[in-house]
Design a protein around this ligand. Structure first.
Ligand SMILES: [Zn+2]
Length: 131
């Protein structure tokens, strides 16, 4: 165990992205197996090899940049999902000063909005208050 600890000491190790890549590999194996497309049988190796490469990599800043990039993609995906879920009840828009995404209810007339991050105040037309 001490030898393995020494081996891994300067290496990046496993993170959520590596586990996600391994999960993608398992899904690809299942797809190749279920759909009987054996000419693609080497495809699941690509994400698995990348996950193993990342885990044992010594270039920690590069691995952190990759993780941050994919975490940003996940945030965008969650925001898109929430925008779709709230499309009939809320308006999403960016703060003109700092770019923070803000959410306010629809159809309450012109509303003064204070950004929780930069405290700038702006007015937003949310649609008719009569509805
Ligand atoms: Zn702001």
């Amino acid at each position: 165990m001490n030898g393995f600890y020494k081996f891994m000491k300067d290496r990046y190790g496993a993170d959520g992205l590596s586990w996600g890549l391994l999960g993608l590999s398992v899904i690809l194996i299942a797809i190749v197996w279920l759909l009987d497309i054996w000419f693609l049988c080497l495809l699941p190796i690509i994400p698995a090899a990348f996950a193993i490469f990342r885990t044992f990599s010594r270039n920690i800043p590069a691995r952190r940049r990759e993780r941050a990039f994919f975490a940003g993609m996940g945030d965008n995906l969650a925001l898109t999902k929430n925008k779709f879920r709230d499309r009939k009840t809320h308006i999403y828009f960016k703060c003109a000063r700092c770019g923070t995404v803000l959410r306010i209810p629809r159809n309450i007339g012109v509303k003064k909005v204070t950004c929780p991050r930069c405290k700038s105040v702006s007015e937003k037309d949310t649609g008719s208050a009569a509805n």
